[in-house]
Design a protein around this ligand. Sequence first.
Ligand code: SAM
Length: 244
Amino acid sequence: MRMSYFDDYLTRTGLPTLTRWQHYFDIFDRELSGHRDAPVSFLEIGVFKGGSLPMWRDFFHEDSSLTFVDIDEACRKLQIDGTTVEIGHQADPAFVAQLARTHGPFDIVIDDGSHINHHQIASFELFWPHMRDGSLYIVEDCHTSYWPGFGGGYRNEASFIEYAKRLIDKMHSWYTDQDKLFGFSELARQIGSIRFYDSVVVIEKQLKTGRPTTLTFENGKVALSEKALDIRGRQSVFKGRDGA
Ligand SMILES: C[S@@+](CC[C@H](N)C(=O)[O-])C[C@H]1O[C@@H](n2cnc3c(N)ncnc32)[C@H](O)[C@@H]1O
């Protein structure tokens, strides 16, 4: 069986300063292993005791730009070679704009900061324009979406999980059949996928130059068409035979 970088990370390094849920390491392996071979611009919100700084530095390509953000001034001294620690509030527009000017655009952003729902949403909206094509925006500890004390609560519209569910709708807004109720969102041109894990949401940026097209093969030629998107009031072509 293949060993991942993270499998024996703690026993291998003896680092006592890392704070992470165990099952996140499988998620990191799945999501990030394909981003190790070339330099990346990486940013993590949340330093705490600094345990993730050497973990990410040794995981990514040595020419990567690695930025770590925390609200706590004491974290500044946890900076190590090959990393930069910046101090500020994750949901402060001026601070994030400054981070983007200095360290962006980003290939990977991980939000392991306050886990307060409206901070998670604000940070996503502030960082998203500074994410590169093909980049990943990762939000950890989304179980706080179910905790009223963090601004969440079951089906609370203000929670990050509910916000992320609405992003699913926006990603699909090309296909609306109800223009007044559900109009086109520009995010449809920008989101390639949204992956929900236990407590972790990954949003992949994938810039699309055109609308989704259908492919047909006719008279020996492949034809592309956007026509399908303009149809309204469609019904199944199997109507009457589909058991509905
Ligand atoms: C869960 S810890 C980070 C753990 C760290 N990533 C690790 O792997 O060991 C959360 C950190 O977020 C910081 N934090 C809390 N609120 C914040 C905010 N509004 N902006 C930036 N950082 C914040 C806290 O000071 C704390 O150090």
